[in-house]
Design a protein around this ligand. Structure first.
Ligand code: NAD
Length: 495
């Protein structure tokens, strides 16, 4: 049976949780840019709970896609009344739930004005986003907006027909100011340290280049909460679509499969109201410092471990994260990288047992039922490695702490960039900086210095550190000669 408003009651009898609130009564208080798997498994699920159990009808979601490939999501969602299924899977079994918190979807390439008008609407109080790390046009070295980027240049020249997130946010905020409205809160849900502060700084920089008065208005009145987001959400596979139909009889063109675990720690800094998130298990914190500590733990333990499985894992020919976890020596490598290289640099958080957190991560990575794809975890590395691996490397350099495993991961990424695995098979490299990276990787061979010369990603300090460069070069040489699996034993403790 095809998913849609008409078929909802039918699914309720098949052990599927469905929304029972009246979706017609829901206002869209949130506009979300980047309706991918993660948003639909995370923020949209929290909002669905607020609608279902707490009658918070001000906070429905209008999805927005600003990239041409978002047309597929628009088509699927609109054909099923913007309903979709979230399937939670673990060794204990699976649980399916239809989510109703997304009420509509705007596809920007078709109608940019409609997106600006929606964000400027008085009912809109929050514009949230999951636009991937590269969507921020953030220069890791200077911490500035990449003003020279074609998209930014385009938006500065065409403020009424933007193509970047910041172009849309700016255009809508101009209109709100003209109408005497407050700015909306900009809520980044991407995996970046200080995601809110970076959003603020990128938007204010963009605004300064258009109109310094606007930049001042945003600085004085806007809000950009930082947050830590967590729920491992693989890309949906054709098999997921098929098994949903077989197990629950639901025909859903784009369900989301995820793990039962979910976490969100949000700084309580909203300028135009917010949903009572704490009612549905979100940790609201008042001190930005606290959010930063949670973010740090998550990015440097969970995400860094993902990188440790992604790049060497792809070279070694693994397809799924849980397969990596099934190999004892690789498992040991991931554990030791967390314990011996990431953990010692992390601050203590009162009430958080960091070893228990690491143990839970190992269990989550090992979940064989969600089939988390290595290529998904690997994609967009130029936005990820500087956030997940390099901060630990930099601190390890300063404090003369161990960093061999972090260097192994960095070296494996550099080899991965060539798109050929240890057996000589080609694979797809998905990265917005692919061309530049591949040219430098080719030029450098097993010498990392060419790639490390990309200032925007690595700055100057790392490139000039002999120990770091030497370790990365050594890892690259070993992997090139013997392959990842023969090299990994050299990077774990001998018992
Ligand atoms: P996805 O591929 O399912 O969706 C990505 C969405 O981002 C799409 O709508 C796409 O159009 C949009 N997008 C990509 N580049 C953009 C750009 N430059 N400007 C504007 N929009 C852009 O991916 P996903 O799994 O939903 O993950 C998205 C982000 O969510 C990640 O990059 C990460 O920061 C965060 N996140 C994901 C997970 C996860 O497990 N999937 C967990 C925590 C956080």
């Amino acid at each position: 049976l095809k998913l849609g408003t008409q078929s909802l009651s039918e699914f309720a009898t098949r052990q599927v949780q469905v929304p029972t609130y009246n979706r017609d009564d829901v206002k869209e208080g949130i506009v979300h840019i980047g309706v991918g798997g993660f948003h639909r498994a995370h923020l949209a699920v929290y909002i669905d709970k607020l609608l279902q159990n707490h009658g918070e009808t001000k906070w429905g979601i209008c999805g927005v896609g600003i990239r041409s490939n978002d047309a597929a999501m628009r088509d699927v969602l609109s054909s099923q009344d913007y309903l979709y299924t979230v399937v939670e899977r673990s060794a204990k079994g699976s649980f399916a739930k239809v989510v109703g918190s997304i009420n509509s979807f705007l596809f920007a390439p078709d109608n940019r004005e409609a997106v600006i008008a929606k964000m400027a609407h008085p009912d809109t109080h929050i514009v949230s986003m999951t636009i991937t790390e590269s969507g921020y046009y953030y220069n890791e070295n200077t911490h500035q907006l990449q003003v020279e980027h074609d998209d930014i240049q385009h938006d500065l020249a065409h403020p009424d027909a933007p193509i970047s997130t910041f172009g849309f946010l700016y255009a809508a905020l101009v209109r709100r100011r003209e109408q005497g409205l407050k700015p909306f809160t900009v809520l980044s849900c991407d995996n970046m340290q200080k995601n809110g502060s970076i959003s603020r700084s990128m938007l204010e920089s963009f605004a300064r280049l258009r109109d310094p008065e606007m930049a001042k208005w945003i600085a004085e009145n806007g809000a950009f909460p930082n947050c830590m987001v967590d729920r491992i959400t693989p890309s949906t596979s054709p098999r997921d679509i098929q098994s949903l139909k077989e197990q629950y009889g639901i025909e859903d063109g784009w369900p989301v499969v995820t793990e039962p675990f979910m976490q969100w720690v949000v700084e309580d800094k909203f300028c135009d109201g917010r949903p009572p998130f704490e009612k549905v298990g979100v940790q609201i914190v008042h001190d930005v410092h606290d959010v930063e500590q949670f973010e740090k733990h998550k990015l440097r333990l969970l995400n860094a471990s993902h990188s440790a499985m992604a790049y060497p894992g792809q070279l070694a020919g693994f397809k799924y994260v849980h397969e990596v976890m099934e190999v004892p020596i690789y498992r040991q490598f991931v554990w030791e990288m967390m314990q011996e290289e990431a953990k010692p640099l992390l601050p203590e958080i009162p009430g958080v047992d960091i070893d228990a957190y690491c143990t839970t991560l190992m269990e989550r990575f090992s979940n064989p039922t969600i089939m988390d794809q290595i290529p998904r975890v690997a994609l967009g590395a130029s936005g990820k490695i500087p956030q997940f691996i390099m901060p630990s490397v930099a601190e390890a350099i300063w404090s003369n702490a161990p960093l061999r495993r972090l260097c192994f991961v960095t070296g494996a990424w550099f080899l991965y960039i060539n798109g050929v695995d240890d057996k000589g098979n080609k694979f797809e490299v998905d990265d917005p900086m692919k061309e530049e990276l591949q040219a430098l990787a080719k030029e450098g061979g097993n010498d990392p210095s060419k790639l490390l010369s990309i200032k925007m990603l690595f700055g100057d300090n790392l490139r000039n550190d002999k120990r770091f460069v030497g370790e990365v070069a050594k890892a690259m040489e070993l992997i090139s000669k013997d392959g990842v699996m023969a090299t990994i034993p050299k990077y774990v403790n001998q018992n």
